[in-house]
Design a binder for this molecule. Structure first.
Ligand SMILES: Cc1cc2nc3c(=O)[nH]c(=O)nc-3n(C[C@H](O)[C@H](O)[C@H](O)COP(=O)(O)O)c2cc1C
Ligand code: SF4
Length: 432
């Protein structure tokens, strides 16, 4: 797949501007679809494309749209999840900052499909430049008649707003996002009811990730069959892979879904920095189980990564070389989840704190062998017992790090802290 679909800005200079986007065929799909197709047919096309959500869970997009109740008289809302806060993930930002009209056109198409007349792009608070770019692009699209009242004389209206996030990871969880959009603290809601039934302002709502939505225009432009021809049958399409950590060329790569992790690291990202050996890879953002160097011969699609014992998640691939201290790496991850827990559920609020403290103790040399088992016990108690899956996201890496690198954790316990070679290689840990 040499042609760029989602990272089109790499092929077409200046596509951020409306004129360049239109010259490249932009908004022609929206004009044709809104003018010629029935909304139900658009949902069917997306369903048959096999598109699965790129926000983390890989849920089929067309199916989600199909869950909207037919008999609810309330308005429907489309929420674009641009919170992008998962550590290691920086793909949505690429589209927002470089090709905002792809997101806007795709949002128009999705809103038409689900018959929503009000849509919000909920953007991570720290993405100030992205928010500005979107505001400018929306104003230009509205001025040119791609948004607003009676789009293309079709009778279809859509208002699209940018809403800046509240600066917390939990605002990316779809019901936390909804609460935040309503002006409240982003406490995730108990599900069911799911947002499709009871979402923002108590109305039927679809929440989709930026990258997911950006697949909608290409699907409607080139057809579901074309989309299905890219990557594996059960999770097709182009995919944005974020690679960070100890590689020669970190970045975002657009490749077919199902690209092998080994190729992603050694071919596209230039291999391990300084010719060092690989130690471990977190394939899908910090919330997913770690893979060892022996486990990287895996195709990066939802089902294959799950079969290999991890998750594709948001596709934030974090690469760690032979010098990485796995205890320190895990402690840093644990600090993040402790800081980001919203505090609503006891197992998460208390558990994330326990994990961080235990890891800090292991790293700094005050732990016993029992603490390793306690770490696993606390993780077990957190999983599946909370309102949202942040608790699982905090526990899963812990279990996999300790299980796969137990000897390193034991060595820290035995030697009373960091190994001598680690101490030389790593800067001192800051106070948590
Ligand atoms: C703690 C937490 C944080 C999340 N953060 C994001 C995020 O930043 N962006 C995102 O698209 N989805 C995020 N999600 C997933 C969303 O809840 C939701 O599943 C997703 O936006 C649905 O879009 P999709 O079907 O297009 O993947 C998060 C989930 C959890 C549990
Ligand atoms: S699991 Fe954690 S982040 Fe999610 S609702 Fe409960 S306390 Fe909040």
């Amino acid at each position: 797949m040499s042609e760029k679909i989602l990272l089109r800005h790499e092929d077409v200079e200046g596509i951020r501007d409306l004129g360049v986007y239109v010259d490249d065929g932009g908004y022609a799909t929206a004009r044709r679809v809104i003018g010629e197709m029935e909304p139900e047919a658009v949902v069917e096309e997306v369903k048959s494309s096999g598109l699965r959500g790129r926000g983390g869970a890989g849920f089929p997009t067309g199916m989600k749209w199909g869950f909207l109740p037919k008999d609810n008289p309330k308005p429907r809302y489309l929420l674009v999840n641009a919170d992008e806060s998962e550590p290691g993930t920086f793909k949505d930002r690429q589209i927002i900052e470089n090709n905002p009209h792809l997101l806007i056109e795709s949002s128009v198409l999705a809103a038409f499909a689900i018959q929503s007349h009000t849509a919000y792009i909920y953007i991570r608070g720290e993405f100030a430049r992205g928010a500005e770019i979107l505001e400018e692009a929306i104003a230009a699209a509205r001025e040119a008649g791609h948004l607003g009242k009676d789009i293309y004389g079709s009778g279809f209206d859509l208002d699209l707003y940018v809403h800046r996030g509240a600066g917390a990871y939990i605002c990316g969880e779809e019901t936390g996002l909804i609460e935040s959009l309503e002006g409240k603290r982003a406490y995730p809601r108990v599900k069911p009811p799911f947002p499709a039934v009871y979402g923002v302002f108590g109305a039927p709502t679809i929440v989709n990730n930026v990258e997911t939505l950006c697949c909608v225009r290409p699907i409607l432009e080139r057809g579901a069959e074309w989309f299905k021809s890219i990557g594996p049958e059960k999770s097709p399409g182009p995919k944005l892979y974020c690679v960070s950590g100890h590689v020669e060329r970190p970045g975002v790569f657009e490749l077919p879904m199902g690209t092998n992790l080994k190729d992603l690291i050694y071919e596209h990202s230039g291999g391990i920095r300084g010719g060092k050996a690989l130690k471990a890879v977190i394939p899908g953002g910090s919330s997913v189980p770690v893979l060892t160097a022996d486990e990287i011969d895996v195709d990066m699609d939802f089902d294959s990564v799950a079969a290999a014992g991890s998750l594709l998640g948001s596709c934030g691939t974090i690469v760690m070389d032979e010098d990485t201290c796995m205890v320190r790496a895990l402690r840093i991850i644990a600090r993040f989840y402790h800081h980001e827990s919203c505090g609503q559920c006891t197992p998460c609020r208390e558990g994330t704190g326990w994990l961080e403290r235990l890891l800090l103790n292991i790293e700094n040399g005050g732990a016993t062998e029992r603490d390793l088992d306690l770490l696993l016990q606390v993780s077990d108690n957190m999983m599946g017992n909370t309102v949202c899956v942040l608790a699982d996201a905090a526990a899963m890496p812990v279990k996999s790090f300790v299980e796969k690198f137990r000897s390193e954790f034991e060595e820290h316990v035995r030697l009373g802290g960091r190994r001598q070679d680690d101490a030389a290689a790593q800067p001192a840990a800051p106070n948590a």
